[in-house]
Ligand binder design. Sequence first.
Ligand code: 5AD
Ligand code: SF4
Length: 472
Amino acid sequence: MNRENIAVNDEELKKQLVTIDNLRYELKGKELFYYIETFGCLMNEKDSEKLSGVLREIGYVETQSIKQADFILYNTCCIRDNAERKIYGRVGNIKGLKQKKPDLIVSICGCMMQQEHVLEKLQKKYKREVDIIFGTHNIYKLAELLSTRMEVGHQIIDIWREHKDIVEDLPSVRKYKHKAAVNIMYGCDNFCSYCVVPYVRGRERSRDSGSIIQEIKDLVNDGVKEVMLLGQNVNSYGKGLSEDITFAKLLREVNKIEGLKRIRYMTSHPKDFTDEVIYAIRDCEKVCNYVHLPIQSGSTKVLEEMNRKYTKDHYLNLAEKIKKEIDGVAITTDIIVGFPCETEEDFLETLDVIRKVGYDSAFTYIYSKRTGTKAATMGGEVSAEVINERFNRLILETDKIQKENNAKRNGITYKVLVEELSKSDSKLLTGRTEQNILVHFEGDESLIGELVDVEIFETKGHYLNGKLKTES
Ligand code: 5AD
Ligand code: SF4
């Protein structure tokens, strides 16, 4: 595969910054609010932080009330059918909002917009409702698109089939003060047969390590303790770059950053999970002992049909090695039920892997047919009834194992990064262990963002209750 060495485009960056300045000047004195809703994965969350940064810089203030908004932005996901249906639901409601507020500007962006059939529908049915449509490759152009829309006064669409430049360093806002996500690569080249991501996020491309390290150093200076290194397949980080770098080497470099406390990453592909990566996780004290390792199916036959490029045995050996080398590691996974032609025997293989690996948590999905993917034309659909029955059995099994694993955590003291006040009880704080397990405990709000020791006294299915020991 021919991969370009991607450079950050300074010209584009300058152009956007000038447009932001101009818009700020034009809109000065107006009280303007934006409402943003993000669907889908961490990659989209990260994009929304960048989009919010631009809007704030222009002068918009975020609102949680859609009625108050002068600018509405939906950052969409199309990984499964239900994510898409939600968006059409939102667009359907816009007409009423626009009648009440004719100056309202509505914009939709993200993965769903990269699909031809979606664009056609939005162009035909929602010409008046949706003002700005853009995709995944040009989110940095938001200010320019907004400025053009204000000039021309009708729907504008800007979708790129492929990426052109990586433009970083635009203003961005962070949801949390103490943790941040950092893109280390974009796109995906794996073409798992069920997955639409390679079609909507484009070819895989890595950022050079120098700019990643610099971004993390800046974040640490700004109070960040934990970073999440983001990519669709982080284990193949570095391919196509002119520098001599791999994901394992990157982890070791990030680990050296002073003041940084924790390093996470998402997502790993089992086919590229080398020993070098396992040893880096083991050796680097800041890299969390937590591995998200999507299996998708336990059946080697189904894995082949999925184009996952590993077998059940390879996966089980890998999980064993990870457990052996990384002390106290938690392993989580993604599982799809009802892939075309999945038989009861195939499903039993999946249950077998679940029991053998003993996942600390599993994200379980019902297969959703995606236009344009190979699996969409495979035939052999599994009936909804069979899928639901398997799905329920799957959840029973994964929940049971998660509960058993958590029960073993009673009496153990964990380092917890305090994230926020508990949503259900404001006397309680909520944080996460290195293994990404939620812990609730009594403590003062001032501890938010700190790493503290918490001793577990009660274990539940999906979380732990503990008592604060000492600050560290
Ligand atoms: N149907 C169901 N689940 C899917 N995923 C990706 N594509 C599909 C699909 N078409 C799941 C995979 C992936 C996770 C992010 O979403 O399990 O790991
Ligand atoms: Fe989709 Fe597979 Fe790429 Fe993950 S690795 S984004 S499942 S194609």
